[in-house]
Design a protein around this ligand. Structure first.
Ligand SMILES: Cc1cc2nc3c(=O)[nH]c(=O)nc-3n(C[C@H](O)[C@H](O)[C@H](O)COP(=O)(O)OP(=O)(O)OC[C@H]3O[C@@H](n4cnc5c(N)ncnc54)[C@H](O)[C@@H]3O)c2cc1C
Length: 438
């Protein structure tokens, strides 16, 4: 095959499939010649002869080889063979076409994969840089329905992966770097340069809890250090607990933890809180009742403990004007220790949606995907047809395993409906084209 093969398309007037096939080549930036057979007997005869007696337009030829009509061309495109024939497939990476690509193998992505695989939508799950998602960071999940004794996060995720694969889902390593929705099928590019095209896409890439990066934090994550009070608070019943943060989430978590803690210390790096007055008032009530103590102008600098025994104590610094870690050399900065059994980081989450920038998917200021919501079907639809959102990447409020799973299910059902509509459109278009050729 030459490097720039010659593409010829026989077309006729008022032919939607002729337009579609031209759009397909346009989307690939491939040049072609068109021959309009309407009203031109000779050209029509030529087309019929070259197309082995077929009397329908469009008819596509690449380097004199008969490809066929739009459906034939599209089918070749789906397998990547069209790009090979056109000499535009990247030999190192290839472009693989998939019906449905799911970003993320957290609980939302895997639930979507189970449903999508059972609907014959052959999902490809790309795992991102945290295969299994946030639940792999926790030892015990005690509130996921169906496990009266609880289950470890990694076990729950492995079970779900097995279940998804049993129905035919493919789960692969790969971090999505970019989604291009400017043409169909959508183009999904990975950070290693691999490229997929997809009819439909479910964004289930979660939101990463922000951490401080202080010594002890990583080692003790899941062993007394947590980013989720609702999830882990009950494990430290009757112990003193420390919550870091000054926004709504920190207030809510501190308030929630008073159900279990003998005392909650709320550590904030400056004097004033960012939280809404509602939450500040709730916390103030607990302060008056002696359940919460606010530690202002202080920052956590190290967490001491071990995997066997959990958190032993926390080291902090304080400066009367706040932001003490910026003023470590200042004589007014004091270092102190707090004897707590658990540390909860409530300094916010960052939704993993960078790869959707530049698409028509609507996001809020923080980067969370905005879906249709509402009560009927189509709740996980974004503004871009065929792109859906599920789990913590959409839902910044509940952020629980069971709610993420629920949205994963909804997204797969919404995607299934969308893919069926595409098929019906393609079939009725093909019938229309055949009828107009008669
Ligand atoms: C320590 C901890 C303990 C918890 N305990 C509980 C509990 O006991 N009960 C409970 O209900 N909830 C718990 N949660 C909350 C729960 O884990 C989350 O609500 C849930 O995991 C959200 O699922 P998700 O699939 O939406 O996102 P995640 O679990 O965050 O998964 C996101 C997935 O997307 C992938 N990804 C990200 N970016 C990309 C990209 N660019 N390309 C491809 N993939 C990408 C990631 O690698 C990951 O696989 C806990 C959370 C934490 C942090």
């Amino acid at each position: 095959m030459s490097e720039h093969p010659r593409v010829e398309i026989y077309t006729k007037e008022d032919c939607s499939y002729c337009e579609k096939v031209k759009d397909l080549f346009d989307s690939k930036d491939v040049e072609y010649e068109t021959y309009n057979v309407t009203g031109d007997e000779d050209l029509f005869e030529e087309m019929v002869e070259r197309a082995d007696g077929r009397k329908t337009a469009p008819e596509v030829f690449i380097d004199d080889e008969l490809i066929g009509g739009f459906d034939d061309t599209q089918a070749l495109d789906e397998t990547g063979e069209l790009d090979e024939k056109l000499g535009i497939a990247d030999a190192d990476t290839g472009i693989e076409h998939r019906k449905l690509v799911i970003s993320g193998s957290g609980i939302a992505g895997l639930t979507a994969a189970i449903y999508a695989a059972r609907s014959n939508n052959e999902p490809l799950v790309l795992e991102g840089d945290e295969p299994g998602g946030q639940l792999t960071l926790t030892t015990d999940v005690e509130n996921y329905p169906g496990f009266p004794e609880g289950i470890s996060g990694p076990d729950l995720i492995n079970n779900m992966k097995e279940q998804a694969e049993r129905f035919g889902a493919e789960i692969e390593n790969g971090v999505i770097a970019d989604v291009d929705d400017s043409s169909r099928p959508y183009r999904v590019e990975l950070s290693n340069g691999d490229v997929y095209t997809a009819e439909a896409f479910i964004a289930a890439s979660g939101a990463s809890a922000r951490t401080l990066g202080v010594p002890g934090e990583d080692d003790l994550m899941g062993y007394g250090v947590s980013t989720c009070a609702t999830c882990d608070g009950a494990f430290f019943r009757d112990e003193e607990m420390l919550v870091v943060g000054g926004g709504d989430a920190a207030m809510e978590e501190a308030n929630f933890l008073t159900k279990f803690a003998s005392k909650v210390y709320l550590v904030h790096r400056r004097e004033k809180f960012r939280a809404e007055d509602y939450w500040i008032d709730r916390v103030q009530e607990k302060v008056e009742e002696g359940d919460i103590e606010i530690v202002r102008n202080a920052e956590l600098t190290e967490i001491h403990g071990s995997v066997e025994d959990g958190v032993d104590y926390a080291e902090l610094v304080r400066h009367p004007e706040g932001y003490p870690t910026d003023k470590l050399d200042d004589p007014e900065t004091e270092t102190f220790e707090m004897d707590v059994g658990a540390v909860f980081l409530a300094i916010g989450h960052t939704p993993n949606t960078d790869y959707l920038e530049g698409t028509g998917v609507e996001m809020d200021e923080a980067g969370y995907i905005q879906t249709e919501g509402g009560k009927g079907g189509g709740q996980t639809e974004t503004g871009v047809p065929g792109i859906f959102g599920a789990g913590d990447v959409v839902d910044y409020h509940y952020q629980q395993a069971v709610t993420a799973a629920g949205m994963g299910c909804k997204a797969a059902l919404d995607a299934d409906e969308y893919l069926e509509t595409l098929e019906v459109e393609a079939e009725s278009g093909a019938t229309e084209a055949a009828a107009s050729d008669d």
